[in-house]
Design a protein around this ligand. Sequence first.
Ligand code: URA
Length: 271
Amino acid sequence: MVLALAPHDALAALDFQVAMGADEAIAEAPLDRYALSAALAEQKAAAPEARASARPKAAPPPPPPPRADPIGDARALAEAAATLEALHAALETFEHCDLKRGARSLVFCDGRPQARVMIVGEAPGRDEDIQGRPFVGRAGQLLDRMLAAIGLAREAADAESAVYITNILPWRPPQNRDPEPEEIAMLKPFVERHVELVAPDLLVLMGNISCQALLGRRGITRLRGTWTEALGRPAMPMFHPAYLLRNPAAKREAWADLLALKARLGKGAGK
Ligand code: URA
């Protein structure tokens, strides 16, 4: 805005400016310093945003990796298997269990799937890992003698006298250590499906690991000798033959359990 001043007023204004220290005219046109500083303050206030938008944007964090679900994957694979061959093939594709990488063989089964008795052991040892069949070492040889004593054999031609054998774990644990609970949990869906596909009349649970996996209980000394139920089938917990090799005195109880198995087979209807 231009103010029209009378000459004496203009002179007084000039005197005032000189008195305030203004001793030089530096522009033709007047400058509104108040308006200027308001604009500067506005610019400053907007500056953080402006600076941020000028900076190169950081890459968004990568999406979290998909959560591994060994048990869910095992269940899906096992449930999709319609035959024993398919179940064997499904286990071969299962990559969650590290035992697989340390083992030579996937030890799946032995004996006849038509058998009325299905024996569930713990895990392959050295001999089983080499041969790819369950219970072929010293404990397995004792198992064969125990079965023979009540007229059963893996490869018996008739289903009445045959047995079918598998383990909770299909891969040998290093140094034959006990299976870890996570290993049992992730392989259990395959055992459940295995039992479902074989559909035996009776199960024999050999030792604590097998009882832990299928009954949710340990303490074979108390469990053995009493019929119970596992996966909806009659099941007899028994001392593991490896335990009997170390504790021959326990063969007495094992013999009693074999007789109980024989008696139940004699009573039950065929498959
Ligand atoms: N012990 C088991 O429980 N299973 C085998 O296959 C061999 C030894």
